[in-house]
Design a binder for this molecule. Structure first.
Ligand code: SF4
Length: 554
């Protein structure tokens, strides 16, 4: 299929409409106005609207926001809760207790609760008013390079209107070549374009691979007379049940506006138990008496899933290459100690914008000049905050009480601990083979679902607003089906059928005696857990032509 692609020349292209790139776009336009420059700036976002792929209530440290827009309250920043009043609990199988000590970095004083999707839409309105051209519903399909084959010169968006066999349909629209002097990648965790850039230029270190956690989250509407709504607490964090101490992760409840709360469970993807199912664990979490009491009488109004790049400072990739910069979760900016990354993502976008303007003014967008960006990250409060947390994620991955001993040692030594740097292992090789007697357990009944407060996976997909054009090439590329249907089935019992929160992967017997992997790509929540956790690295997640979840309230 030979296709002509229209070219749209820009000076700067932001790929991804999350907080890092939106803050970067605003900072860039502030500099353009201050310096009276003429710079064409565009931003593409794969979701059908800005914020559509930004999930759930979140806690934001307003440090970067206040630097970017000191009058953010007057500008109508949509805050769900101005103040965070924390509670930290450890959940046992049937009970709970207040954690006797919580380090200062875990407290949220001075932070706000936000709805990330509403927050991003608000940032996008400001960026647009300042002159940024925003194109929602356009996914980056491939990176464009200059004649040297190394310098990034932009992105070609995904063709629209191609059928499942790769043939053009009557509504075919070829992807557009958005060319730019600087392209800023803020694709979120496990970006598909960054994967290609890494293959070409080597961005990530084999010794310190990026590591991830998957969050299953909901927005729940509580009855007006809910005891939790009447309490002073706006933020609850929990450790323990149902993950125990063998698996990294924990749960949360945040009060939002009106009667709404965000509730979620975060699961570290370096888990070892091949039978673990994050979605099932989330249901168990909600059924725990401490949580069930708080959410009693509620109704789930939105659900979704998302991964976080939680490996921290040591897993940051190369941040600048010829013609391009990498920001936000794509660049491991999240602080794993605080499990907060919106403020660091925004700051990274702002620093990238400053380096970009400076490079354009010098008329030199080579890596050498764009290296101002990683240098300024190293001098910024991102470094001051994340460097002492450099070994935290590794400590948290230790099984049992060992994690607390490592964390205490790091706390006393400014992050050094017993070993510095602590080794980092990728998430995909950690699974242990499934014990032979566990295969039947796959059919075990999920913890109670009632269709209202406790919903099954498919209802969750419905509540995420996920939609895809059915007749398009499958965006999940399986390298070798025999690995799934034979090797992985025998050794791990196809963990994709459990770790995928969208029920995209099924093993069916069709015809009887003929085991097959069946994909339901229309259910995909774009969380990327499958590409990260597949033990054979046999799954590649590519951007579909549009669609995906449609997060609105959360
Ligand atoms: Fe997430 Fe992959 Fe399932 Fe899509 S197919 S919902 S990216 S695990």
């Amino acid at each position: 299929m030979t296709t002509q692609h229209e070219e749209m020349p820009l000076d700067v292209l932001f790929v991804g409409g999350g907080p890092a790139n939106l803050a970067g776009a605003i900072r860039l336009m502030q500099l353009v106005q201050e310096k009276n420059l003429e710079i064409e700036v565009g931003l593409i976002e794969k979701g059908d609207a800005i914020g559509a792929h930004c999930l759930s209530g979140a806690i934001v440290d307003p440090r970067a926001l206040a630097e970017l827009l000191p009058d953010y309250r007057q500008k109508g920043c949509p805050l769900e809760q101005e103040r965070c009043t924390d509670q930290f609990r450890f959940l046992t199988v049937g009970g709970s207790f207040s954690m006797p000590y919580t380090p200062p970095y875990m407290h949220n004083a001075g932070c706000h609760v936000i709805s990330l999707s509403r927050f991003c839409r608000w940032l996008a309105e400001i960026a647009e008013e300042m002159g940024v051209m925003i194109f929602p519903g356009f996914a980056g399909g491939e990176i464009l390079y200059g004649e040297d084959g190394r310098t990034v010169t932009g992105v070609r968006t995904v063709d629209k209107g191609v059928d499942r066999n790769g043939e053009k349909k009557s509504n075919f629209e070829p992807g557009v070549d958005l060319t730019a002097r600087v392209t800023i990648f803020g694709e979120g965790p496990k970006g598909s374009l960054l994967r290609e850039l890494h293959r070409k230029l080597g961005l990530f270190s084999d010794n310190a691979p990026q590591t991830f956690e998957t969050a299953v989250k909901e927005v729940i509407e509580l009855p007006a007379d809910s005891a939790f709504l009447a309490s002073d607490t706006t933020v609850v964090h929990t450790l323990g049940y149902p993950l125990g101490l063998a698996t990294k992760g924990g749960g949360f409840l945040y009060r939002m506006q009106g009667n709404r709360i965000a509730c979620g469970l975060v699961v570290g993807l370096d888990y070892r138990d091949s039978m673990l199912e994050p979605y099932r664990a989330f249901l168990q979490y909600k059924h725990h008496p401490f949580i069930a009491d708080m959410i009693q009488g509620g109704k789930v109004i939105q659900q979704g899933a998302k991964t976080l790049s939680s490996g921290g400072y040591l897993t940051m990739p190369r941040l600048a290459v010829d013609g391009a910069l990498i920001v936000g979760d794509s660049a491991s900016m999240l602080n794993p100690q605080r499990l907060k990354g919106i403020h660091t993502a925004m700051k990274s976008g702002m620093l990238a914008a400053e380096a970009t303007v400076s490079a354009i003014e010098k008329d030199d967008t080579s890596e050498k000049i764009l290296a101002q960006y990683p240098a300024s990250v190293s001098r910024s409060w991102i470094h001051a905050e994340n460097y002492p947390a450099r070994n935290f994620s590794q400590a948290l991955s230790k099984p049992g009480l060992a994690k607390f001993i490592h964390i205490a040692a790091q706390h006393l030594t400014g992050g050094r601990g017993f070993k510095d740097p602590m080794p980092i292992e990728a998430d995909w090789p950690t699974l242990k083979p499934m014990p032979a007697d566990k295969r039947d357990a796959q059919a075990a009944t999920p913890p109670g679902v009632d269709g209202t407060l406790y919903v099954d996976k498919l209802t969750g997909v419905y509540l995420s607003g996920t939609q895809h054009e059915e007749d398009q090439p499958c965006h999940l590329a399986i390298g070798d089906l025999r690995i799934c249907e034979e090797k992985c089935y025998e050794k791990y019992g196809n963990p994709c059928t459990r770790f995928c929160p969208g029920s995209v992967y099924e093993i069916i017997d069709d015809p009887p005696g003929n085991r097959q992997l069946k994909l339901n790509p229309s259910n995909c929540l774009h969380c990327k857990t499958c590409e990260i956790k597949d033990p054979y690295q046999n799954i590649i997640w590519n951007c579909p032509e549009g669609g995906g979840p449609n997060y609105t309230v959360g």
